[in-house]
Design a protein around this ligand. Structure first.
Ligand code: PEP
Ligand code: MG
Length: 326
């Protein structure tokens, strides 16, 4: 299978009926960036910067962060790479940073909440990213945004750092794009405020589904109990896809859903064309795309999603199609 997928690496991921899909890596380790060459992916849709913090025994210093981001950008070459600001807390434990026990860490003091509360930490990371991106474009993604206000606050911190570096004569990124993760359900009902503020958005399906279903993603007793592409969840995702299109804001799915065939099919059928996934999923998903006539599937899914439908589970509908391919 590996050789088979390797042979597809230079084929652009376009469906048989001409829909262009962008396939990207989820990453967090510099060591897996050279895999971009093997998979032929278009870039890195999600670089999880907290990994450097999780494997260290103390806070990585400014220069250590600069070095990691520079190396990541060097290895990505001309391909875009989206750096997500520290998403610490919840399932991502950084022992030397946690000060209090929490009953519900996934819903606790974490991610951009922590970043805005400890601006020193956030400023240092932002400075490291800006310094590393000298002369290159830079994309920064803000995790766990609950209210548009937090995104605006984070943008302010970034802009201030940029001004500071400009004054001190440092070489700056040639372009700066700031995006928000949509993974907290409340944000679904504030898209008209969020989208005009964002250069791009990314859906984090792992957290979005966990919070929509109130089912802990890390607890195997419940984490697979609710189908992430059942109607209520797919409708939530479609709400974001449709709104992003209205505001002409690029949208990527960067949760693990995008790397699974039936789920990827569901996402494409509601108009998601940018999929970010673990590198090992690129080959199988690309093969699926190359064999796909998307239009009829879009129609069936739209019918199944409409209010007057018979309630055919989307998964069954799509599984039939995938089985027929194999
Ligand atoms: C997500 O929540 O889907 C996501 C992409 O981020 P993480 O898995 O790192 O929380
Ligand atoms: Mg998340």
């Amino acid at each position: 299978r590996r050789a088979h997928y390797a042979a597809l690496k230079d084929r652009p991921p376009i469906t048989r009926d001409g829909v262009e899909i962008t396939l990207l890596h989820n990453s967090g380790l510099v060591a897996d960036l050279p895999m971009l060459e093997d998979t032929g992916a278009a870039g890195v849709g999600l670089f999880r910067t907290e990994l450097q913090f999780m494997i260290a025994s103390r806070l990585p210093r400014l220069q250590e962060q600069v070095d990691l981001y520079s190396e990541a950008m060097r290895l990505a070459g001309d391909r875009p790479i989206v750096f997500r600001l520290l998403d610490i807390g919840g399932d991502k434990v950084v022992p030397y940073l946690r000060s209090m026990a929490e009953e519900n860490p996934a819903m606790g003091y974490r991610s951009i909440r922590l970043g805005l509360d400890r601006p020193g930490l956030l400023r240092t990371q932002v400075r490291a990213l800006l310094l590393a991106a000298r002369g290159r474009p830079l994309k920064i993604l803000v995790p766990m945004v609950t209210e548009t206000f937090e995104f605006q606050q984070t943008k302010l911190v970034i802009r201030r750092e940029l001004e500071r570096l400009k004054r001190s004569g440092e070489p700056l990124p040639v372009q700066l794009e700031l995006g928000a993760m949509v993974e907290v359900p409340s944000l679904l009902f504030e898209l008209d405020q969020l989208l005009p503020e964002a250069d791009f958005v990314s859906i984090g399906s792992n957290d979005l589904v966990q919070f929509l279903t109130a089912a802990d993603r890390a607890n195997p007793r419940v984490s697979t109990s609710y189908d992430p592409i059942a109607l209520p969840r797919l409708r939530a995702i479609k709400l974001v896809v449709d709104a992003a299109r209205r505001y002409n804001v690029p949208i990527t799915m960067c949760g693990e859903l995008a790397g699974r065939p039936i789920e990827a099919l569901a996402l494409m059928s509601i108009g998601m064309t940018r999929l970010s996934m673990g590198p090992a999923s690129i080959g199988p998903i690309k093969e699926l795309i190359l064999n796909l006539d998307l239009e009829p599937i879009k129609r069936s899914v739209a019918a199944a999603m409409s209010d007057g439908s018979e309630g055919v589970p989307i998964r069954h509908l799509l599984k039939d199609w995938v089985d027929r391919q194999n």
